[in-house]
Design a protein around this ligand. Sequence first.
Ligand SMILES: *[C@@H]1O[C@H](CO)[C@@H](O)[C@H](O)[C@H]1NC(C)=O
Ligand SMILES: *[C@@H]1O[C@H](CO)[C@@H](O)[C@H](O)[C@H]1NC(C)=O
Ligand SMILES: *[C@@H]1O[C@H](CO)[C@@H](O)[C@H](O)[C@H]1NC(C)=O
Ligand SMILES: *[C@@H]1O[C@H](CO)[C@@H](O)[C@H](O)[C@H]1NC(C)=O
Ligand SMILES: *[C@@H]1O[C@H](CO)[C@@H](O)[C@H](O)[C@H]1NC(C)=O
Ligand SMILES: *[C@@H]1O[C@H](CO)[C@@H](O)[C@H](O)[C@H]1NC(C)=O
Ligand SMILES: *[C@@H]1O[C@H](CO)[C@@H](O)[C@H](O)[C@H]1NC(C)=O
Ligand SMILES: *[C@@H]1O[C@H](CO)[C@@H](O)[C@H](O)[C@H]1NC(C)=O
Ligand SMILES: *[C@@H]1O[C@H](CO)[C@@H](O)[C@H](O)[C@H]1NC(C)=O
Length: 891
Amino acid sequence: MRLSTQVVVGVGCAVSAVSAVTLPRGLKDASQETKILPGAYIVNFEPLHVSTDSFFQNLSANGISATSRQTFDPSIYAGTSFHLHNASDSDIDIISNFTQVKSITPVRLHKRAAPAKRDQTVRLWDKANTFLKKRSLTESNDTMTTHKMTGVDKLQKEGFDGTGITIGIIDTGVDYTLPALGGGYGPGYKIAYGYDLVGNYDDLGNPVPDDDPMDCLGHGTHVAGIIGASNDPYVLGVAPNATLHMYKVFGCADYAPTDILIQAFIMAHNNGVDLITSSIGSADGWPEEPWSAATAAIVAAGTPCMLAAGNDGQYGMFYASSASSGTDVTSVGSVDNTNSPTVQTVSDYTVDSGSPVSFGYSLGTGNFSNVNLPIWADTFDTTVVDDGCSGFTANVTGKIALVRRGTCTFDEKVASAYAAGANYVVIYDNVDGVLTPSVTNTDISGAAMVTKVVGEQWIKLLAAGSVVEIHFSTNPILAVDTPGPVNTLTGGTMSSYSSFGLTYENTIKPVVSAPGGAILSTYLANEGGYAVESGTSMATPYVAGVVALFMQAKGTGMSPQEINNALAATAKPLDFNNGASTAPYLASVAQQGAGLVDAYHLIHAGISLTKSNIPLNDTANFIHHPEFYIVNNGDTTMSYDLSHEPAGTIYTFDSNYTIDYDYSPALFPPPMDQLYSEVTISPSTLSIAPGAKKRVTITVTPNPALNSTLVPVYSGYIKVAAASSSGESVRIPYAGVATKMNDILIADPTLNIFDNEYSVGTKAYSGPGSSNGTIDVFQPSSDNYPYVIWNNNFGTKSARMDIVAVNGSNPVYTVGLATVGSLPNYPSTYISRGLPGYAYPTPFDGYLSDGTMVPSGIYKMVLRIAKTFGDLSKSRDYEIYTSPPFYMDMS
Ligand SMILES: *[C@@H]1O[C@H](CO)[C@@H](O)[C@H](O)[C@H]1NC(C)=O
Ligand SMILES: *[C@@H]1O[C@H](CO)[C@@H](O)[C@H](O)[C@H]1NC(C)=O
Ligand SMILES: *[C@@H]1O[C@H](CO)[C@@H](O)[C@H](O)[C@H]1NC(C)=O
Ligand SMILES: *[C@@H]1O[C@H](CO)[C@@H](O)[C@H](O)[C@H]1NC(C)=O
Ligand SMILES: *[C@@H]1O[C@H](CO)[C@@H](O)[C@H](O)[C@H]1NC(C)=O
Ligand SMILES: *[C@@H]1O[C@H](CO)[C@@H](O)[C@H](O)[C@H]1NC(C)=O
Ligand SMILES: *[C@@H]1O[C@H](CO)[C@@H](O)[C@H](O)[C@H]1NC(C)=O
Ligand SMILES: *[C@@H]1O[C@H](CO)[C@@H](O)[C@H](O)[C@H]1NC(C)=O
Ligand SMILES: *[C@@H]1O[C@H](CO)[C@@H](O)[C@H](O)[C@H]1NC(C)=O
């Protein structure tokens, strides 16, 4: 394998062919989506062979030259990571053959779990901050609406503020210069410890650590403010007096490598933080994947870890992220804020040359500095849905074009306005709140966005014949509008971008959800100091703050499982929202977990449960009679009534499944129905003495009318209600899959295509596999390779690509098949499902994973993808595709 410092390829594609392969139906190359760091690997050691020194000695003894990247504390994660010099595929094979090595995995690059839509970053124009509205904690209308949603406002009034609790944050760093975050870092500061695990990477992509956690991306500063901002007019953290550690794992670039993440978690754990939070992740969904496994080990060692569920809700079911998929890791989903705060730039306008009126806007592109122009609109109808989508009729030369958001992209609207003569465009929103419009058009001098209220007001004035002129200042100022308008569409329901579980082991993720959509928090000082962002990135630190309050109330002796149990029991399940309206039934447990965290109930709960949720698995591994215990934490004997609250069943696939090349899970909103399960609860009423616990067994019968072909995921809650004046009730979520996971088609059967476009000719052949007596000839020395094009539409533990010599000797026996060997980088393990519209074009350049080159001859490529619950040693648990025979001319 060739080394390069640029970021490339995950599964497949060991060679970079000179020409791009033509993928059918306009599919994109999936190997560009999973990012790995070339040459960098993590090895996991066998339990009795954990010495990193002997590992590196053995590398040298085998003539393999490598630089150590990270050495992990073996009590948490027995393994190490390294960078191979002049790596060859045989090196990987030799290393995986070491008795010391359990597994070897390429270092993957992970992204921040945010920002998703409605993000808003203030630009570089802050000098004289004047503000429209301020946070007011003393008034009943507290502007921290996120705290009202969860009862954190009431807890703070009771004096809970995180005092004495230390939270480790693993993120992009923090702008500690902000007064809200303490104005510095180190002992005595709010940010008591900081460390930069990456610094500026060297040329090989190896980290150069230092101890300054200064943020250059803004994400970690936003996250830190959600937890701990204090002494600020607009933003108040959930736990404003908690102590924070910042472990910086991103340079100023977009990705964090797996080994750095594992190391950061271990550092935080070994530094004795009370809990760890990290808003980072990549779609994976296998608890066994290295980062998820290492995080689970830290949780098992006693430190609770909160991780973002992911922002891939648009892709539908079974798209959980690492490391939130790890066992007992607190995976957090996102709920939209009830209100939409905004951070805008302030300017003013005049009506018929009257006195100036202030308004706020959000800049998309260009610069409005010192622009003073009248506005004009193509239509005075503020209900038109596709304003500016098919050109402008007005001539807007010398004017600012005002266009309504909707139907087509911002770029298309900008292009229409530009074609009609405008150099500046202002788009007004069609819903409450305001976006930063994403505009890539470079012809236009400036494009910005204003709220619905402001835009409609201007249209009304224009329609009445007034001249509305905007005066953009040369030194704009920022305005924070908080709490902002009420979000009537999705406020208080699950954010549509929040990723859906379950994991590929059918465990329940997310565990719980928290406010994450439209969140005002601190931001880089040189970008204004405030931003509104959205994502499970924002929800995750929120839960960390809540757990800090819980620990302040109950002590730090609780296990991570007990914390998850309590978070889940006291959470409030939410009704499903499809992005436009709310359904009259609960959102699936696979989307919301236990529901919206209720911090007040968490701390004041009189009942606890001994599990955070009940995964029922699939029909082949169905858990028939799961049980849990109810604990009475009060000081009087209590009676409880148990009942079932069903949630909407989601079909993983829609009715187009298998039709017209559609083999991927349905996109958001996934198809849902209300065919609920029948649940018997035994006992359904019970009485428990103070401090005692009693067992409950449930039996769930999925609705027989569910169509198992479409992989229905049913779920709901068992409600435990105290039959007393306290009125307290807690819940435990359950979820199962009404099909056999091993029946789910993994590989897209319309792919599995043998691509012969680079064949250099044909050759006579009379064996099986050729319809016309000839086979294709490939000549790798002139960069002409055969390819197999495939995609997995569902998660798999292992994808193999083996080479079989036709009529030749096949000495390597793998999973019931005699082969000459595997392709380099195969088998590829614990991979998430591929996205719709993508495929892996996998070339064979004549080299095998043991570094040897095959002799000239006739070969076949055999692709084997394991069924989700497949036994990797059994050939029948794989879907198999065998290419036609072809001739490799290795001259
Ligand atoms: C791996 O080990 C086996 C048995 O110990 C040996 O036969 C084989 O050659 C080794 N492969 C490599 C690439 O070292
Ligand atoms: C050291 O390398 C050899 C291959 O040269 C391998 O067979 C052996 O298992 C390795 N030792 C350990 C402890 O991994
Ligand atoms: C909050 O209430 C005060 C009066 O108590 C009022 O002046 C202020 O405008 C209110 N703020 C918001 C954001 O509603
Ligand atoms: C904040 O925490 C520190 C200890 O970490 C404590 O000394 C101080 O009293 C706390 N402040 C408040 C307002 O509780
Ligand atoms: C628009 O008006 C300007 C002058 O105001 C003129 O120069 C230009 O040609 C007009 N464009 C169109 C497309 O009519
Ligand atoms: C479901 O069954 C599969 C196959 O036995 C197993 O790997 C998985 O861990 C099970 N999941 C749960 C949640 O029990
Ligand atoms: C289940 O769904 C599939 C795919 O839409 C369909 O072909 C089949 O007829 C359905 N089965 C039943 C029993 O409705
Ligand atoms: C199924 O495909 C048809 C044709 O592309 C499309 O109109 C329809 O909306 C699709 N149905 C679903 C449920 O996606
Ligand atoms: C015969 O089949 C081969 C391999 O499928 C193909 O490349 C070739 O074009 C075919 N030749 C003819 C004459 O059809």
